[in-house]
Design a protein around this ligand. Structure first.
Ligand code: PNW
Length: 454
């Protein structure tokens, strides 16, 4: 590639993966078609007051019927890699029991279309759409869900091993456990005790292990597998040894439950001390499964917490966020581009990962109208550029960052924020299903094509 006008070399390594991401419940629609079972999100969305505007995933982007056009659009933007998820209730409408052959057939047709358009799939086994039938038997609080997931993972990997070489076990354990069973802001909307919530984490960790085992057993030659985690990211206030050490200490504490446990092959002493009597019940052999070696770690990074050296012997101090600190329309999405550098560096340094992928990064805004066939999301273009710069800095500093998936390809069902909150680089008109690539899609297409920051 030609040097930039400033002489700054922003080229990415030749094997760096650029992609886009989405998830079954957020874009497929067809929520009760071809034998699909009800998911916890189908149910939760119908409880008044739970989801903005009462929006449901029933139709979403109607991707179920439009995937071929969607992949044509992706290909036209130069997308070569797409992270998607499989809807568990399409494969097993009741969570386990009978396989739904129409569900298998749908993904077969979908993978064939991707192949036709030259797009490589990265497949997440579970991105939050738990079959409601399993929730009725306890959901993530029950070990029944772990057994059912094991069978589901085996079926999916066996069925699609010829189409899929890149597997992700689960998406963001903390989100679907803590927010689904603790705060109750996500499906199924339960508010359980810390002890029960910790048990949901443990069950999710076991499912991650089952996913890894399934890929090793049935994935075939060249198949690779990892977890996608939404680790809390610390950004040191100043990049000085003292603040960096503090950021690292905060990071290890904050991520003890998932990444720390997987890495250590047990719950760490600090973690057990912190949770005391609320520690999850662990059965013999659990951690042999949980800590099976993986090939990469996926991290979803959108934002960060500022951390500095603590006072009076404290290891760290996390700073409060002033109300005027810049953010996207999602209140949790504060604009801290260095989250990419520090997030990927900390997971590699603390847990020794040899390959790290950013499996999601992006920003959500409410007001993105189509004006004369265009959407001027310069705010998203700026967000992407700033975060790609930090990805580039990480690579230059030796962080084993191997790829970047933008969330999301298209505006979709943003969970409890419904359809109002748009994360896509392609605009979706949810009334007409018309797709309009935004300015940011053109920008990202150029980045992917030239493989450098523009
Ligand atoms: C991720 N937080 O969720 C999910 O993987 C996607 O399905 C989702 O659409 C996307 O990010 C945008 O929200 C998150 O509160 C939800 O920090 C909440 C948080 C982070 C990620």
């Amino acid at each position: 590639a030609a040097p930039s006008p400033s002489g700054y070399d922003s080229a990415f390594p030749a094997d760096f993966v650029f992609g886009v991401a989405a998830a079954s419940a957020q874009l497929e629609g067809a929520a009760s078609e071809d034998g699909k079972g009800e998911s916890v999100w189908d149910r939760f969305a119908r409880i008044p007051g739970k989801v903005h505007n009462g929006d449901t995933p029933e139709v979403a982007c109607d991707h179920y019927h439009r995937f071929d056009e969607d992949f044509a659009l992706m290909a036209s933007l130069g997308v070569k890699t797409y992270r998607l998820s499989i809807a568990w209730p399409r494969i097993y409408p009741q969570g386990d029991g009978e396989v739904n052959l129409k569900g298998i057939d749908f993904y077969r047709r979908l993978f064939a279309s991707m192949k036709k358009h030259g797009i490589e799939p990265w497949v997440t086994l579970f991105h939050w759409d738990l079959p409601q039938a399993l929730e009725d038997r306890g959901g993530w609080t029950s070990r029944l869900t772990v057994d059912a997931f094991g069978r589901y993972a085996d079926t999916v990997v066996k069925e699609f091993a010829a189409n899929v070489k890149h597997w992700i076990t689960l998406n963001e354990i903390v989100c679907f456990t803590l927010l689904g069973y603790g705060t109750g802001t996500k499906a199924p909307g339960r508010r359980e005790t810390p002890k029960v919530v910790n048990q949901t984490y443990h069950h999710a960790l076991l499912c991650h292990g089952h996913g890894v085992r399934a890929v090793r057993q049935y994935g075939g030659k060249g198949a690779i597998v990892g977890l996608t985690d939404n680790c809390g990211v610390a950004v040191p206030v100043t990049e000085t040894p003292a603040d960096i050490a503090a950021a690292k200490a905060w990071f290890i504490d904050r991520n003890a439950q998932v990444l720390g446990a997987i890495h250590a092959g047990k719950y760490t002493e600090n973690f057990l001390k912190r949770v005391g009597a609320d520690a999850p019940d662990v059965k013999p052999g659990d951690f042999a499964l949980i800590s099976l070696p993986t090939d990469f770690l996926g991290v979803n990074i959108y934002s960060a917490t500022y951390v500095r050296a603590g006072k009076n012997g404290a290891a760290y101090e996390a700073l409060p966020v002033p109300t005027n600190y810049p953010r996207a329309d999602s209140p949790w999405l504060r604009l801290v581009p260095q989250c990419i550098y520090w997030g990927t560096k900390l997971v590699a340094d603390c847990y020794g990962h040899k390959a790290v992928y950013i499996t999601e990064n992006g920003c959500g805004y409410d007001d993105e109208p189509v004006v004369n066939g265009e959407v001027f999301d310069t705010h998203r273009r700026d967000y992407l550029r700033a975060h790609l710069r930090e990805a580039h800095r990480a690579i230059a500093d030796g962080v084993p960052l191997k790829g970047y998936f933008l969330w999301s390809f298209i505006d979709n069902y943003e969970w409890e924020d419904g359809y109002a909150r748009r994360f896509g680089i392609v605009h979706c008109d949810f009334k007409t299903q018309v797709r309009t690539p935004k300015l940011s899609a053109r920008y990202y297409a150029d980045v992917m094509r030239l493989r450098k920051i523009l």
